[in-house]
Every structure is written in C-alpha cells, then in structure tokens.
Design a protein around this ligand. Sequence first.
Ligand code: NDP
Length: 445
Amino acid sequence: MDSRLEAVRDTVLARNPGEKEFHQAVIEVFESLGPVHDRHPEFLEGAVLERLCEPERQIIFRVPWTDDAGRVHVNRGFRVEFNSALGPYKGGLRFHPSVYLGIVKFLGFEQIFKNALTGMPIGGGKGGSDFDPRGRSDAEIMRFCQSFMTELYRHIGEYTDVPAGDIGVGGREIGYLFGQYKRITNRYESGVLTGKGISWGGSLVRPEATGYGTVIFAQEMLKTRGLSFDGQRVVVSGSGNVAIHAIAKAQSLGATVVACSDSAGYIVDEAGIDVALLSQVKEVERGRLTDYAARRPGSNHVAGDSVWDVTGTVALPCATQNELDGDAAAKLVSNGLIAVAEGANMPSTRSAVSVFQEAGILFGPGKAANAGGVATSALEMQQNASRDSWSFEHTEQRLTEIMVGIYDRCAATADEYGAPGNYVVGANIGGFVKVADAMLAQGLI
Ligand code: NDP
C-alpha cells in the first residue's frame, strides 16, 4: 500500500475497532489508490479518504416485535448513510443473524464505489437487522417489517435515502416495509424503496438484474480471451435471488451450471440445474436444497462441504462475504478455472483474490460485477419519477448497456493506471475518482 495512505488506514482501523469486514473492504480499496493520489494531490489535501471512510450518518435502533405465540423479541436495526456526493443514499437492507455494524459498514462502503460505477445519480448506503427470517411465518415477517419501518421511515425518502433488498429481504419484505411507510406518512411515495412488486411501482427485470448483470460482466471478461459462456462448466454458490438468476442467464448463454449451494451444503446436477425447480423450491416453497435433490433424478446433495470442491471453468460466488478463501481458490485454479465474477459482495477473501490474480484468472470484483441490481433499482426510480413502466425487453437492454459500460470503464481505468486486465484496480479507481471529484466540488461537508 502507498505509504501516504497507510496513516489514513491506521486511523480508520483504530476508530472502528472490531469491525473486521469494514476493515477488509477499506484495505482492499486503499491498496488500489496509490497511483490516483500521485495524479490528484488535491484528494490528499482535501482529506477525501478520511471523509469517505466516515459515514455521513449512522442510525442504530431497537426493533421490538411479537412472534405468533405472543412472545416479545427485540432485534437491532441499522441504517448507515455513507455518502451522498452523487445522489441520495442507495443500498439494500439485509436481515440475517450475522448482521452488526461492521457488516453494514462494509456493505455501505462498497456501495459508494459500486453506485458511482453505474453512472447513475445514486450515493451509497446500507442497512439491515440481526433478525433471522428463517422459519418465521408470514405474519411474523410482517410484524417485524412494520416495527423496523416504524423507526426507519423518518430517515428515508425519495431524495434522501432509498433502501432495497439484500440477503433475507426480497419482494415480500419490501411489500410490508412499503405498506408501513405509506401508512405512517400518508404518502404514496414510490421512489422511497426499490424492489417493489410490478403492479405497485416495481420494475421488470429488477429481480433478475443482479444475477443477469454478473453473467454479462463475466461474458465481457471471457470475450478478452476469445471465449463465451457457451460450453462452460459453471459452479455457483448460494441459491437465493442472485444465484438463481445468474444460473438462469449462464444457461441461456449455453453454459451448464453443475452446482449451487446454501448454508447447509450444495447440490451437484451434472445435467445442469433445473432453474424452474430450484426457483419453486427456494423462492415459492422457501425450502432447502435437499428438497431439490429429492425431486430431481440424477442430482445429489452434499451436506456441509464447500461447493468450491466442484470442478468448473467459471465460478460465480453469489452467497455471502468471505465464502471463498485462499485454499478454495487454489483448488478451483488447479481444477481448470478460467474466470470468477462475484455476484455477492466481497465473497472472496483477500488471499483468494491474490491466488486468482497470480494465476491469471479473469476476476470481476463484486462492486463492478454485481452492480446490475442497484443499477436497475435506479431504473425503477426513473420509472417512478416519470410514472412510467418499461417493457422487460427495454429494461433488460438498459441493464445490458449499463453492465457493458461498467466493464468498459473498469477495463479502461485499469489500462490508464498501468494495470491492464486488473478489474479490481479498475473498479476501485473508477468509482473513487468520480466520488472524490464530486466531494471536492461540494466543499467541506
Ligand atoms: P438471498 O437471501 O436471496 O440468498 C442468499 C443465499 O446465500 C442463500 O442461498 C443463503 O443460504 C446463502 N447464504 C447466506 N448467508 C450465508 C452464509 N453465512 N453462509 C453460506 N451461505 C449463505 O440473498 P441475495 O441473493 O439477494 O444476496 C446474495 C449476495 O448478493 C449477498 O452478498 C448480497 O449482498 C449480494 N447482492 C445482492 C443484490 C440483490 O439485488 N439482491 C445486489 C448486489 C449484491 P441459506 O438460504 O441457507 O441462508
């Protein structure tokens, strides 16, 4: 790391003790930014990095709710409004028992650069709760969402902060959150949340966008080696929103996706994952991958172990942070891996990224490769603002153009800074310069 940035890094780490995922995200970005500060001394003079690492606002709140038996539970809610240099704070809400401030801050920090890369007018933020939705009834989910929004509503708005989904927050939860916002404020403010249902202000392609976008980014990387998805053997982690649509898109381009996972294990299906069955099991029935294996002849479920033990030429990590470590990366490389595109946020550890880069694997970091979701959220905001709704084909075309644009920006920036093919450098610098310029232009705020 550039020595001028080390002191800033040390201060950030000391000011935010115990937030290891946030530290990891900050260090990963700082490692790319030395050359930018050679060209832009004004960023150092303006203390842009110091300001960027301190969220503009952090909200932590109590979320009390009752379960179906009438027992009272108390969870913790978070919204970190990280940076509004480019637009209203924008980023998802995550409901998962692992959520604490360090996770929300890592996600919010990444979101700043990701949103800048999309070219859309959106700042960076993230939120969530340590609430565990698994095994909860619809009525319990609704009561939790209503309690969560009863505090959150005063902090968000079309021009302020626009949350969306993430792990554990999909269309059902966005519906309950939107309903409660409307009830409290007496305003039908479509632009306050994205990921809404199609009949009440949502955008076509939003559910598919992150997974589709990840595959589009990977396809652009493969083209540089004269390859495509056709004939690739793909391994995916996760089996949620991002994973399912990444699988569908990869297979529509001629790949065979032979494995995917959840937190209990993975399935192998050499004939190619049956997307309709996977979607039925995971999205409609909210079941487990064991249910898929039981209903799909020729597939098998492996409990416990890592999906990265499965051989593939393309890996799409689409589950969660730090799910792919250096050992898993080395195994994938020795099994013939060509490319990795991160559908999840920071799924590869720093040592995994080093293994991929040293082996010359095409590597698309999450802040670029999974930006299709937030970009389509911004398209949803555009449709809401103009009270319009676009066709699937038109919206998908826009998504494709945005993803190819992000790829091109990452590739061009990497070239410009002497690191051709290094999309980590391209994404970090490309996103950072845009935000830093805007911050300086807006004065000391
Ligand atoms: P979902 O809740 O729909 O699915 C998450 C999937 O990941 C599930 O299969 C889940 O398994 C698995 N998973 C979650 N936590 C763990 C864990 N600790 N260990 C192993 N597996 C785990 O979430 P999404 O698909 O929306 O999100 C997946 C990733 O993509 C996240 O990193 C998210 O931040 C990122 N992302 C999402 C976007 C979106 O538009 N939704 C946009 C950009 C990034 P199980 O069911 O067993 O919990």
